[in-house]
Design a protein around this ligand. Sequence first.
Ligand code: F3S
Length: 414
Amino acid sequence: MELTAKQRRILDGADGPFLATCMRWLVEWGEAMGARRLVPCTNTHALVTVPGNLVHGAGEKALERAMALLRAACRQKVCCHSTSHITFAHQEQYAEIEMPPEQVAAQQEIEQSAREAGFLMTYTCAPYLVGNVPLKGEICAWTESSAVVYANSILAARTTRHGTESALAAALTGWVPEFGVLLDENRRATLVVNVTAELACPTDWGALGYFGGKAAGLEVPVFCGTPRPTQEDAKQLCAALASGGGVTMCHIEGVTPEAATLEAALGGKPPARTINFGPSELRETYDSLRNHTGEQIDTVILGCPHASLQEIAQVAERLAGRRLAEGVRLWVCAAYATKANAERLGYARLIADAGGYLFCDTCPTNSMRVDARRIVTSGFKQAHYARGMIGAEVIVAPLQHCLDAALTGTWVEG
Ligand code: F3S
């Protein structure tokens, strides 16, 4: 890889050993991916917390390594707009989840030093809902696969899928290796998905994304024939694309910034494949994430990816004056900033009065604190991971059906 004199000096240790390590990570990753240079990056979204799976059982050594990395990173200063991905528990929940005091202290120390390093501690998987909205063409380094697809596809910013180390390195050095969707030629769609199914709610868009993700794998799909999505529709589509497959970006014909026409999305070339998403594919995709053996449910999880204020308002409106069924938990996951808005506007009170809970800064799957047996969720991504990570039975369904299940304690097919 060709490095500038400044990049070479940092790699050689001129700015200290940790930044030299960051540069080495970026250079080695770039070389493995065929990048020819490092390019300036002005926006990052990084995991600046100890991941829940390390707190809950990956062993002391792994936890120590993660803490050492974060401590070293937070002794530096970020050099661009940098927000933080979710944490494993909101501070108000530490007592509730019986976290060992030394882990609480470690997490508080990281939070404090990350703030001093200049990270904006948004603690969310949907940074675009709480003020991190990069501009078209802006080079970013984002963790969280669902947010990466949203940034590339809906906002037309440019980010590859980042991990903890690479996003921290980008935040602290201001560079990323140039490969993948940072380059025009890799943003061209190769898979056309003709949509004839009716997409009536965000979860239907999630079904489209889950189907499209499985079909696309690592390709870039373009969806044709869809209505114009809402922000919530787009959120579900992007999250499901990244969990059904390894998609980094998509286009929606006539909607997303780089797909004014199908030809533009395809870059003037013929597609490699064309597939259809009709009513039977919609139904089959829902069925693929419904593995329940009974009708009594105990947990409803909404807000995957983190809920918008609009979604919280819908939940509050439906629950106003009602009570959840006995023994049913309702978790609505959201960023703290969104929860604060919901509290101010009265939605949080309505949800709490019904027995629901605004689960902020994290989500049940990531905090690994779900002892559920049968989950109903509106998010295809949550359903996909809950089944594997929690081992619970899962039913994916549109928001209103999830709320019906929460109020009655029963899942009614159809
Ligand atoms: Fe966010 Fe958790 Fe879903 S981190 S994308 S709510 S699995």
